[in-house]
Design a protein around this ligand. Structure first.
Ligand code: NAD
Ligand code: UDP
Length: 336
């Protein structure tokens, strides 16, 4: 298949490129590089057959989208491009709606013009909001508590409506907490500035860039009092996209899948796993709860297994060890 990957130079996109090229798909990346580096493209080419095509461009630029669609003629689009910082989204809502929602509409319009009928979309478990029950299954009510979450939910609705009206296919993947890095230690996550997410923060403490991890609350109603999440290895997540591309060939309309492991881990369990992986103590301080955090969440990922034949294979040790291998080999990310 010919697969156009928006945002393919990013953290999840880059790992997905390796898996797609490994399955002999033809792949073109459209990315404006606002949160990624062109070095990623070289590294993906070094890990694969070297046939990756790259176009620097913005999904909000209709002319750029048309040019790419017209020349590449994709059979499917994987749409990763977007803004993802929950805190920023509350301060710059229009920017988030513009990139995440208007950008998605632009991608769908450009697909229509060349008769491309399949899209795989990066959604998030954050669309569920405060759990009514756990684990979340795909039928759980959606009630996102941030602008970011709302841009994802609105985009899901737009893709569903488009698929139903056009006879196209929209696969909506609700990711849980992606962590880890490629086994080569040449691809991984490198957030700009102070990491918001737990795993990159722990990795930066381990490599000596930060003094200590602040644990945001140890008085939750969880076994050790710290927040629990469903962490998923980024390579498993990447493979879910390959499964979705294949699944989309035989599907019509919109279909939603949780992409997680179903196994929650607490902050303290993540710290312990990382200490084992890196062989060092990770200093921690207990801090107040972070506003908006929920105590615990986990996926029921059985639908993805039943319908797409996909299930996570990497365990917590793989997540911690691959993160440490990447972080220690690339302390400054792609600038090394
Ligand atoms: P990322 O920031 O590493 O990758 C996103 C990529 O999109 C970057 O390369 C960036 O340069 C590009 N981009 C941003 N705006 C663009 C635009 N207007 N035009 C073209 N390219 C643009 O993020 P990621 O972690 O790889 O996330 C990928 C997708 O998955 C995002 O849509 C994100 O919201 C979603 N998601 C991420 C997580 C997570 O925890 N990482 C969880 C759930 C969902
Ligand atoms: N967390 C923490 N310290 C940090 C970052 C995160 O204690 O510096 C906790 C956070 O409160 C949550 C868990 O780690 O319980 C995962 O947080 P993350 O931001 O990675 O994911 P999200 O909350 O978006 O699911």
């Amino acid at each position: 298949m010919r697969v156009l990957v928006t945002g393919g130079a990013g953290y999840i996109g880059s790992h997905t490129l390796v898996e797609l090229l490994g399955q002999a798909h033809d792949v073109l990346v459209l990315d404006n590089l606002e949160n990624s580096s062109p070095v990623v493209i070289d590294r993906v080419n070094a890990l694969t057959n070297g046939n990756l095509e790259f176009v620097e461009g913005d999904i909000r630029d209709d002319a750029a989208l048309d040019t790419v669609m017209d020349s590449f003629r994709p059979d499917a689009v994987i749409h990763f491009a977007g803004l993802k910082a929950v805190g920023d989204s509350m301060e710059q809502p229009l920017s988030y709606y513009d990139t995440n929602v208007r950008g998605t509409i632009g991608v769908l319009r450009a697909m229509d013009k060349v008769g491309c009928t399949r899209i795989i979309f990066s959604s998030s478990a954050t669309v569920y909001g405060e759990p009514v029950y756990l684990p979340y299954d795909e039928a759980h009510p959606t009630n996102p508590t941030s602008v970011y979450g709302r841009t994802k939910l609105v985009s899901e609705h737009i893709i569903s409506d488009w698929a139903n009206a056009s006879g196209g296919t929209g696969i909506l993947l609700r990711y849980f907490n992606p962590v880890g890095a490629h086994a080569s230690a040449t691809l991984g996550e490198h957030p700009d500035g102070v990491p918001n997410n737990l795993m990159p923060f722990i990795a930066q403490v381990a490599v000596g860039k930060r003094k200590a991890l602040s644990i945001f609350g140890d008085d939750y109603e969880t076994p050790d009092g710290t927040g629990q999440r469903d962490y998923i290895h980024v390579v498993d997540l990447a493979r879910a996209h390959v499964a979705a591309v294949n699944f989309a060939q035989g599907a019509k309309g919109a279909k939603t899948f949780n992409i997680g492991t179903g196994q929650p881990y607490s902050v303290r369990e993540m710290v312990a796993a990382f200490e084992t992986a890196c062989g060092k103590d990770i200093p921690v301080v207990v801090a107040p709860r972070r506003a908006g955090d929920i105590a615990a969440m986990q996926a029921d990922a059985s639908l993805a297994k039943a319908e797409m034949g996909w299930a996570a294979e990497h365990d917590l040790n793989d997540m911690a060890a691959s993160t440490w291998a990447w972080q220690s080999a690339n302390p400054n990310g792609y600038e090394d």
